[in-house]
Ligand binder design. Structure first.
Ligand code: LER
Ligand code: MN
Length: 279
């Protein structure tokens, strides 16, 4: 059951079925090893980072999920930008259209898996001073995907990302503002502790201020290692999640350091150690 306080939130770990240029994914290229570690760590499920929806054979995925007793909670889509330069805010319309098409395919897959689709890295990055026209075309593209997902009852997660990776939505408040303005029932905010550590002035206040739209968390420490391996103040983050009665998934999205296995073990240990009495 995952409908109690945040200590009962679904605990998940981010994996990639293929080797990836995007770093914070465990067992990249060996999905079975990832599932085995997720099950051994007592995770409820996984987030899959995919270059495209067709990258993983559905029947094999279903059988692995059944075998290890796991569920896919989220599909991460940023690899399209990092590996292929395909982004939702690209000034070139043909590239934006390609991003929309890819995201629609991710939505179809997510619909079958009862998972959410993350729009983070795939937003891309605009030339130094974002032009109003590119921004508005990008948000039109985002709206197109959100509308399509709405028809399929799939949640779209907008993830603010730090300034060194994108210049389109860095802070939680910027993300929340857009979500409130667009007013789709299926668009929620994904807060990643790694990006928050760079962009937010205060963990507690920034989270409480977006509690109306928050739907998913990524936990990674200040160095993007598993929580507990860096200096991020997770006690304060956890206090906010408890105070707002957060119930969404909590994912470990971390670098495979010192090893994939050690990162997964630490992520699991950390999540299992959280309670609403102390954190
Ligand atoms: C993805 O979840 C993320 O956190 C970004 O750094 C890149 O897409
Ligand atoms: Mn993230």
């Amino acid at each position: 059951m995952h409908d109690g306080h945040p200590a009962c939130s679904a605990k998940i770990v981010s994996l990639s079925p293929t080797p990836s240029t995007f770093g914070p994914l465990l067992f990249a290229g060996d999905i079975e090893a990832g599932f085995e570690a997720a099950a051994a760590g007592g995770f409820d499920g996984v987030e899959l980072s995919l270059l495209s929806a067709g990258q993983i054979e559905y029947a094999r995925l279903e059988s692995l999920l059944a075998e290890y007793g796991l569920k896919v909670y989220g599909i991460a889509t940023g690899q399209s930008y990092y590996a292929e330069g395909i982004s939702l805010f690209a000034p070139d319309r043909a590239i934006r259209d390609r991003a929309i098409e890819k995201l629609r395919e991710h939505v179809d897959l997510a619909c079958d898996l009862d998972a959410a689709v993350i729009v983070g890295g795939i937003r891309g990055r605009l030339p130094s001073e974002p032009h109003a026209s590119s921004l508005s075309a990008g948000w039109d593209a985002f709206r197109d995907v959100a509308q399509y997902a709405c028809g399929k009852n799939v949640t779209i997660l907008l993830e603010p990302i730090n300034r060194y990776e994108t210049n389109i939505v860095n802070t939680l408040e910027q993300g929340a503002e857009i979500i409130r303005k667009l007013a789709f029932p299926n668009v929620r905010l994904l807060a990643d502790a790694f990006h928050m550590n760079i962009e937010e002035a205060l963990f507690y206040e920034s989270l409480m201020d977006v509690s109306d739209v928050l739907g998913y968390m990524h936990f990674a420490d200040s160095n993007r290692w598993a929580p507990g391996f860096g200096h991020t103040d997770f006690g304060t983050i956890w206090r906010a999640l408890c105070d707002m009665d957060y119930r969404g998934p909590i994912g470990i999205e971390v670098l495979p350091l010192p090893t994939d296995e050690a990162a997964a073990r630490q992520g699991a240990r950390f999540l299992h150690g959280l309670s609403c009495e102390g954190g």
